[in-house]
Structure formats: C-alpha cells, structure tokens
Design a binder for this molecule. Sequence first.
Ligand code: PGA
Length: 251
Amino acid sequence: MRTPIMAGNWKMNKNPKETQAFLDGVKGKLPEASKVETVIAAPAIDLTTLVAGATGTPLKTAAENSYFENEGAFTGETSPKALSEMGVDYVVIGHSERRGYFHETDEDINKKAKAILANGLLPIICCGESLEQREAGQTNDWVAYQVAGALVGLSADDVKKSVVAYEPIWAIGTGKTATADQAQEVVAHIRATIKKLYDAETGDAIRILYGGSVKPANVKELMAKEDIDGGLVGGASMDPDSFVALANYQD
Ligand code: PGA
C-alpha cells in the first residue's frame, strides 16, 4: 500500500513570519502521516521556521531545490548535507520553473537526486510536458525520458523511497487542471516505465503525484485514480485552510 502524499510547493512566496502564521493555521488539523503524508516545500530562508514548527507534528518539510555538492565554493547554492542536518525530509528537484528559468538539465537533476539520497533525504522528482509537446503527441515519451534521466544509477531501494511528480507545464498556475483521466494516463505510463527500468516491485512502491492547479474542488477526483498517489500543489497550498482541506480529502 502506498501512503498518499499531499505536498505544498510555496515557490518564492512567504517569509519566516508568514511561515509561522501558516503553521499556526494548520496546527492540529493535519492527518496522521500514516494516513496521508503532508509536506510543505518552502523557500530556503523559511526552512528553519518550518522545521521547528513541524517537529512533533505530522507535517514533513521539503526544500524546493538543492545543489549536488555538500559544501564548497558554490555561492548562493543550498547544501543537501546542511538540509539533512537541519531536519528537512524531502527536496523537490527538476521543477519546470527550475528547468525553464534556471536551465537545469536532466543530468543536473540526476546528480541532485544522488546527493539528496546520499544525505538521507528523499527527492521529489518533477517531470512534465509543454502544451506543444502534448499537442504533438509526445507526452508519454517525454516524461519517460525525463524520469529515466533523473534515475540513472539509482538503486531499486532508492527509487522505491523516492517520489515523482507529474506536472504538465500547461497546467501549472494556470487554473487549467489536466483531467483526472489525462493525469492517470501519464502517471500510469511513468509507473510502467519504472517497472521496465527496474522491476514490478519498484514500480509498485514508488509514489507518483500529480501537480498543476490541484485544489480542494478537484483533489478527490484526482486521488480516486488508481496510480495517482498524491498532489504537488502550488497556489492552493498557501492558505492554511485550503491546505488542511487538501490534506483531509478523504473525509
Ligand atoms: P499550481 O502549482 O498548483 O499553482 O498549479 C503546482 C506546482 O508548480 O507545483
């Protein structure tokens, strides 16, 4: 049984004070981690506040990016080792905004996945097609290529613990959600790809999320799909009541 994950991605929003206000707003309202794992991915400057507030609660924490080296002369980067030492649980890698605006390649993402896992953190590996690619019928091949690239050299045990997030670029922040059927089709293809690259057990174990305009109004329909194990949620994760509603989608 795969435990569902509801993960917020705040992107470059909220300061430490606003992070604390969010924590106060969700306090006591999130499900136990064994029922639905809840995660917030926050800007690096908010992580100290986020980790302190999440300690002793079901909420898990994520960085939105990290570098693939643990330390050194890399001005402006975030160390996966330091993230691990401060008690962060996950790191989002390969978000389409990082691929697009900051030119991250599949090779960078693969190096980051390895460094994250080596530090005892878990990667949330994002993939997804553009509208042009979807219209050209390239979606399944493209996401399979991105996922395979991110996983190069990882052991089956590491892959089982990792998380993939399928986020069609045309659905991010646009209010245009993929239909539950469209999301299920691609997520199932990603799972089949992982089964081919590894084995059935690994493909059945890895959790695959859908992201792109997930909100309380559409979360139930998406989560009803066989292969969709959760959501990576931008806009609708910022407000505590909305995040609480997403996290408790089963009720
Ligand atoms: P959105 O963002 O929910 O605002 O579409 C999703 C994401 O980018 O992870």
